[in-house]
Design a binder for this molecule. Structure first.
Ligand code: UGA
Length: 442
């Protein structure tokens, strides 16, 4: 593989793949994105991003126009075009267990490998259970006509939804797992811009690279559940977890990031990654090493139950026949992703307990409607809280943080709010006559 003018394919065009493809083109490479979903390919080819990701559309449009970026559904075209193939498909939780569903990774390997007739490099970016990369490498050499001239590396992706472009162009580190000098050289040349900027570039074995990703997400999930456990204790003791978290954050060994107490973590990554990590540890015979993650998951689930209990308490003990306004559906602000969204989980539970629930979200309404068709949806914040006997703030969009308590008071039936994200100023809302409740604060 010549390291000059590398041609790249990106297999899978979801959040990760679409962002990776556009950003690699932005760095000057010729990129072909592939997805078996033709609707996605048509949308991307037309310069539209099929999900909400600030800043991505500009990068997509610019690189389509420059002729550096194209999309296809044809594996033969990808095999013919590219020297380096990135695996960027999803690894969701299996329906029947906590383990990761690797069927999309396997499908990519089985479709691509038999078409690889000349030397190539395959780099996995998907989050996978440790041991997957070695299995993929063996399968590719067995299936590819070029045999061992196709080499495999694993370079986990650390991007956050909502910051995908910035995290891909300027990640806080690049890790490549490989034992091949050629794969390392290829990855160095793809990462030349970032290396020149001083971004740490680490070469490890395959297993360590796979583990870096899941252990990073496990650490982040643990940090969130730690502060949420402190919120539980604070509530019982009459303390204020927001002040507690602030005081902890001034110790730079602890740091203030991912120390935000509230409804807890959701999304397509943290929840399923910690479960798949536990399942893998079990297979490796080291189940006790990660048993604490069961507690991390349990603390996280309890935050949803606690939010529901606080709301139920405020309206006299039962949701039956009551009107509830829900602000937020996405798993976090600046995203339209509703995978394992704490907000929708809470809304759905309250609805199944007999309440009339109306949900508003600035970006995630269409996705929410598809997944939860029995909830009611509104097209504005004021419409969602009209006649509500209690309002629940469950995703901390700026629009909700900036909400005017007097405006909302004009349309609700009762001025009661549960701030599931500790996003509002309690004093301000109480001064305006609201009954304000939050997780972990008096
Ligand atoms: C997460 C990681 O942060 C990324 O580094 C990683 O690359 C990505 O997963 C992945 O595996 O692909 P993401 O799922 O986009 O990124 O979302 P985060 O910003 O990590 O937020 C996760 C959840 O934690 C959200 O529901 C958020 O509301 C919650 N959270 C976050 C808190 O409850 N408190 C906090 O202090 C921070």
């Amino acid at each position: 593989v010549a390291t000059q003018r590398l041609k790249l394919s990106v297999l899978g065009t979801g959040y990760l793949g679409a962002t990776h493809a556009a950003c690699m083109a932005e760095l000057g490479f010729d990129v072909l994105g592939l997805d078996v979903d033709r609707a996605k390919i048509d949308t991307l080819s037309a310069g539209r991003v099929p999900f909400y990701e600030p800043g991505l559309e500009e990068v997509l449009v610019r690189n389509l126009a420059a002729g550096r970026l194209r999309f296809t559904s044809d594996y033969a075209e990808a095999a013919e075009f590219a020297d380096v193939h990135f695996i960027c498909v999803g690894t969701p939780q299996r329906a029947d267990s906590n383990a990761a569903d690797l069927s999309y990774v396997d499908a990519v390997v089985d479709s691509l490998a038999p078409l690889l007739t000349r030397p190539a490099v395959v780099i996995g970016k998907s989050t996978v259970p440790v041991g997957t990369a070695a299995r993929v490498a063996a399968r590719i050499s067995a299936l590819a006509p070029a045999g061992s001239a196709v080499e495999v590396g694993w370079s986990p992706e650390f991007l956050r939804e909502g910051f995908g472009v910035q995290d891909t162009l300027a990640p806080n580190r690049i890790v490549i797992g490989t034992d091949s000098a050629r794969v390392e050289e290829v990855m160095r040349s793809i990462s030349a811009t970032q290396i020149a900027q001083g971004i740490p570039f680490m070469v490890t074995d395959l297993q360590t690279a796979e583990l870096v990703k899941v252990s990073a997400n496990a650490f982040l999930a643990t940090k969130i559940s730690f502060i949420n456990a402190m919120a539980e204790v604070s509530e019982a003791a009459g303390a204020d977890v927001i002040k507690l978290a602030e005081a902890l954050s001034y110790d730079d060994r602890i740091g203030g990031k991912f120390l935000g107490p509230g409804l807890g973590f959701g999304g397509g990554c943290l929840p399923k990654d910690i479960r798949a990590f536990m399942a893998r540890a079990d297979e490796l015979g080291v189940e006790p090493a990660l048993s604490f993650l069961r507690e991390v998951d349990a603390i996280n689930q309890r935050r949803r139950a606690r939010t529901i209990d606080i709301a139920r308490g405020l309206i006299g003990g039962s949701f039956a026949g009551r009107t509830v306004g829900v602000l937020g559906a996405a798993f976090k602000p600046n995203s339209d992703d509703i995978r394992d969204s704490p907000a929708l989980d809470v809304a759905q539970t309250i609805s199944s307990l007999g309440a009339h629930v109306t949900v508003y979200d600035p970006e995630a309404l269409e996705n929410a409607k598809r997944a939860h068709p029995d909830l009611n949806y509104a097209h504005s914040m004021l419409e969602a809280v009209r006649d509500a006997e209690v309002v629940l703030l469950l995703t901390e969009w700026a629009e909700f943080r900036d909400a005017d308590p007097d405006e909302l008071a004009k349309v609700v039936a009762e001025t009661r709010i549960v701030d599931g994200r500790n996003a509002l100023d309690p004093e301000h809302w109480r001064e305006r006559g609201w009954i304000y409740r939050a997780l972990g604060r008096p």
